[in-house]
Design a protein around this ligand. Structure first.
Ligand code: AN7
Length: 359
C-alpha cells in the first residue's frame, strides 16, 4: 500500500483551495473506523455502531483536517502570521501547522476554560497564547476584527478553506463502510464540523471516486449534539453565557449556525441537547466497554445517539451508525482523573497487594 501523505495529497483535486504551493501537512486523516459492538448493545441495540476516531490525528483532534488546508491556503496567500480563537483543539492544530509553515501563530483562548493537553500543544508548537477574560464567542469576535485590521490570516472555520479539508472525513467514512452510513452523530460547537460532513456527503457520490457507494442511495441522517448549557441551535435562543464541563463545545454563538441547521433539515436529522451528566456517562462507557478514550466533548455524539434511541426518535435496528469521536481523551487529563478516579493505595509488598485485590 502506498504511504499515506495526508488529505490534500489524497483528495486535493476535489478541494477548492490553491494548488500553487506544496501542501503543509502532518499526514493527517486516514483515521480508523472502529466497530463498537458492546457499546451498541448498551445504547443502540441492533445497530452496527462505529467510532470514526478523529483523536488519532497528528495533534489529537479532527481540527488537523481543516488546518492542513487553511494553512496551505494562507501560505499561498502570502500570510506570515495566522490567528484563531479557540476552545483548545483549533489552537493546537493551528500552532502545529503554522510551525511547519514557518509562520507566527496567535491563539486567543477563554482563560481557564481549555483542557490541559490542548494548552500544552499550543505552547509546545510555539504559538503566542493569549488568554482573555471572556468566552470563545468574544474571542472569535476579536480575531475576526483583528484579521480585518491587520495583515493576519484568520484560520477559524469561518475561513472556507477549513471546510475544504474537514469534508474529507465524510469521504473516508464512505470508503471505510463501503457506502453511506444511515446516521452520523457528532458534537456541535462552532458548527464547522457538521457543516463540513454535510458538504462531503453531498459531494459524494458523484465526484467521489470511492467506487463503493451504492448509487443512487440515501445520504446519512445527521444527529448533532450540543451541550445543554450551550445549545442555541436547539433552543433557538441566544446563549450569551455558555456553560458546560465539555469545554471544547462551550460555545454560545456558532459561526456556522445557519449551515448546520440546513444540514440537519436537508438530512432529515436532528439537533439535540445533552446534559453534562449524559456526556460524561457516554465518555466513561465508551472507554470502559470498548477501550476507546476520547475527550468529554467527543462523547456528546454518543450521548445524543443514546438519548434519541431512548426517546424513540431514532430506531437503531439494522442501522449503520457512525459516531465521530472528535478528540483524544489525553487532551483532557484533568477530566479523566477527576471523573471516577478510583486509585487504591497499598503498602509496597505483595501480601498487602493480594489483600488489597481481595484475591
Ligand atoms: C473535541 O478548538 O471550536 O462544531 O476552538 O474541540 O466544528 O466547532 C473545538 C470544537 C467537537 C465542535 N469536538 O466542533 C476549537 C473548537 C471537539 C472540539 C468540537 C470541537 P465544531
Amino acid at each position: 500500500m502506498a504511504a499515506w501523505k495526508g488529505i490534500i495529497h489524497a483528495y486535493g483535486d476535489r478541494m477548492n483551495i490553491s494548488k500553487s504551493v506544496a501542501p503543509v501537512t502532518l499526514c493527517e486523516g486516514n483515521t480508523p473506523l472502529i466497530p463498537l459492538p458492546k457499546l451498541a448493545a448498551r445504547i443502540a441495540p441492533g445497530a452496527e455502531l462505529y467510532a470514526k476516531f478523529e483523536g488519532l490525528n497528528p495533534t489529537g483532534s479532527f481540527k488537523d483536517r481543516g488546518m492542513t488546508t487553511a494553512i496551505t491556503q494562507s501560505v499561498a496567500d502570502g500570510a506570515q502570521t495566522v490567528i484563531c480563537a479557540s476552545t483548545g483543539n483549533t489552537a493546537a492544530a493551528a500552532a502545529a501547522y503554522a510551525a511547519r509553515a514557518g509562520q507566527m501563530c496567535v491563539v486567543l483562548i477563554p482563560d481557564g476554560k481549555i483542557a490541559l493537553g490542548k494548552l500544552a500543544g499550543a505552547i509546545a508548537y510555539g504559538a503566542r497564547v493569549i488568554a482573555i477574560d471572556g468566552s470563545f464567542d468574544a474571542a472569535l469576535r476579536m480575531v475576526r476584527e483583528v484579521s480585518d485590521r491587520a495583515p493576519i490570516a484568520l484560520v477559524n472555520s469561518v475561513n472556507p478553506a477549513r471546510l475544504e479539508g474537514q469534508k474529507t472525513a465524510a469521504w473516508e467514512v464512505c470508503e471505510q463502510l463501503g457506502g453511506f452510513p444511515d446516521w452520523l452523530c457528532l458534537p456541535v460547537g462552532n458548527a464547522g464540523n457538521i457543516s463540513s460532513y454535510w458538504m462531503g456527503f453531498s459531494e459524494c457520490p458523484g465526484p467521489c471516486r470511492c467506487d463503493v457507494c451504492p448509487r443512487p442511495s440515501r445520504k446519512p441522517q445527521l444527529l448533532g449534539a450540543q451541550a445543554a448549557g450551550a445549545a442555541p441551535l436547539v433552543t433557538g435562543l441566544p446563549c450569551p453565557n455558555p456553560e458546560t464541563r465539555a469545554t471544547a463545545i462551550r460555545i454560545g454563538a456558532p459561526a456556522r449556525a445557519e449551515q448546520a441547521l440546513t444540514a440537519i433539515r436537508e438530512s432529515n436529522g436532528q439537533m439535540l441537547a445533552v446534559t453534562d451528566e449524559e456526556i460524561f456517562r457516554a465518555y466513561h462507557l465508551v472507554a470502559e466497554t470498548e477501550g476507546v478514550f476520547c475527550e468529554p466533548s467527543s462523547a456528546a455524539g454518543l450521548a445524543g445517539l443514546h438519548q434519541a434511541v431512548q426517546n424513540g426518535t431514532l430506531n437503531p435496528e439494522g442501522k449503520r451508525i457512525v459516531c465521530v469521536l472528535t478528540g483524544h481523551g489525553l487532551k483532557d487529563p484533568d477530566s479523566a482523573v477527576a471523573e471516577g478516579a478510583d486509585i487504591q493505595k497499598v503498602e509496597a509488598n505483595v501480601d498487602a497487594l493480594l489483600r488489597g485485590l481481595n484475591l
